[in-house]
Design a protein around this ligand. Structure first.
Ligand SMILES: [Zn+2]
Length: 391
């Protein structure tokens, strides 16, 4: 059959027009459906956010989960959902969502890196420290200058008490963050390594770590204290007290830690004279209420009650809230049987007074501790604990 193309032309145009109209109508319908879907998706996200703001995590999770069903392409909702699950302690769910995000093809680099970091945080919160480390390592391989990831890794090694690795990572951080204070932290890591060696009885290795700590940071008080302990183990009291004197030079308020250790030394040979000389020298160089108090305790051991009372008076003049000094003064007066009203008053006072013993407090976050701590377990600051003045 032979058709004249010119005759068919109007039909072809008509068919093409019909197809175009059909396509346009379908497109507009789809767009309307999409926009309705998006709108209801947006509404759910909006509601979810409102629930987050009013701390209703469960409802927020519900709204976000609905939003994911409507539009499964929105990565942000998945991220928000995973964050919410983590905050609720539902770590396994958070991890599952995050793993799905990472597996998505064509995921923008930035989002993938963030998801890897968040996944590491999920694992840490779940107590899976090794998995957390693996993912942080991946982040640092992808972005070698990601300080946040390096710092989190350092923190994990602190939790694992892997001081050697923590030290390596702090060195990396120091090379990136030039203006930060790194030496005191590096010195603490060396000091911790020294303490570990001491526990193992390897005094030689311990000594070299502790000395390295001091050469890294001259004010590493813990290292002076530990070197003192080490020399006491070696039976060299004089050298031990030399290191403790250095510790007191930097932190006179740490005298109470030292007097606990001094108490154990009195039984050794000529310790009484050496300790007396040490305390008098400390007082000469850095007078403080704590040192006068320690000297008073020593004078009592020398049998010099009058001098001890004078030293306690000194101590209380410098710090009237040093309750331990009040207590010692009271005990001396009671023991020396000075039967007058003052003694009776003291007796009553001591019976009724709840004397707070020394406490330490973090100057960064306010956390209190019975023991001296070098790193705050709450805010992770180093060297932030000082004796809390009783109030
Ligand atoms: Zn703190």
């Amino acid at each position: 059959m032979d058709y004249d193309l010119a005759e068919l032309f109007p039909y072809i145009i008509a068919v093409l027009c019909l197809i175009t109209i059909f396509l346009v109508i379908s497109y507009l319908r789809q767009r309307k459906r999409d926009s309705l879907k998006r709108k209801s998706g947006d509404d759910l996200i909006f509601k979810g956010i409102q629930h987050i703001l009013s701390n209703n995590t469960d409802q927020a999770i519900e709204e976000f989960s609905k939003a994911v069903h409507i539009d499964s392409n929105t990565i942000e909702i998945y991220i928000a959902l995973a964050d919410l699950y983590r905050s609720k302690g539902e770590i396994e769910r958070a991890i599952r969502i995050r793993q799905n995000i990472i597996l998505r093809p064509n995921l923008p680099e930035e989002i993938k890196n963030r998801a890897l970091f968040d996944l590491a945080m999920d694992y840490r919160k779940g107590g899976f420290l090794n998995s957390a480390l693996d993912f942080l390592l991946e982040v640092t391989q992808r972005i070698p200058i990601d300080l946040r990831a390096w710092k989190e890794m350092e923190r994990l090694y602190q939790d694992m008490k892997d001081w050697k690795r923590a030290h390596e990572i702090r060195k990396k951080i120091a090379s990136m963050e030039k203006d930060g204070k790194h030496n005191n932290i590096l010195a603490h890591y060396l000091c911790e390594m020294g303490k570990e060696r001491m526990k193992e009885g390897e005094r030689g290795k311990a000594k070299s770590y502790l000395k390295k700590a001091i050469s890294t940071h001259r004010g590493c008080v813990d290292a002076y204290l530990q070197l003192g302990n080490l020399y006491i183990q070696n039976g060299n009291i004089k050298k031990a007290l030399g290191y403790w004197k250095n510790a007191i030079r930097f932190r006179p308020d740490l005298m109470p830690i030292i007097f606990e250790s001094l108490e154990e030394l009195y039984s050794i040979g000529d310790a009484l004279d050496i300790i007396g000389e040490f305390l008098r020298k400390c007082k000469e160089e850095n007078p403080s209420s704590y040192i006068s108090f320690a000297l008073a305790r020593h004078l009592l051991k020398e049998g010099n009650t009058e001098e001890a009372l004078k030293e306690l008076k000194n101590s209380l003049e410098m710090n009237p809230k040093l309750w331990e000094a009040w207590r010692l003064q009271g005990e001396i007066l009671l023991q020396s049987q000075r039967g007058d009203i003052v003694v009776d008053a003291y007796k009553a006072l001591l019976e009724n007074l709840e004397i707070p013993s020394f406490r330490y407090q973090c100057t960064e976050c306010g956390l209190e501790s019975q023991k001296m701590l070098w790193q705050c377990p709450k805010c992770r600051s180093w060297d932030s604990f000082y004796i809390k003045e009783a109030g």
